[in-house]
Design a protein around this ligand. Structure first.
Ligand SMILES: [Zn+2]
Length: 78
């Protein structure tokens, strides 16, 4: 963690975190997010549902792994 919030540094994120950056410490990730996911629940455990993709959006709760800043995914826009 270097807490660098220098805006002249180009955001290196190009995929899931494209345009994302911690508004508190300037970290480019990783971010811990809480997702919704469909699962099949059995008596003895769970299995992936056929459409078991993880779902998250701009209002998904996010915690910065570098500084523990909490916000929504939308608030982490660079
Ligand atoms: Zn942070």
């Amino acid at each position: 963690m270097n807490g660098n919030t220098d805006r002249s540094i180009v955001n290196p994120n190009v995929n899931c975190l494209q345009g994302k950056r911690c508004p508190e410490c300037g970290s480019f990730g990783p971010l811990e997010i809480t997702v919704s996911m469909r699962l099949l629940l059995y008596d003895n455990g769970t299995d992936n549902a056929e459409d078991g993709a993880t779902e998250y959006g701009e209002d998904t709760p996010v915690t910065c792994c570098a500084c523990q800043h909490e916000g929504t995914f939308g608030e982490f826009d660079d």
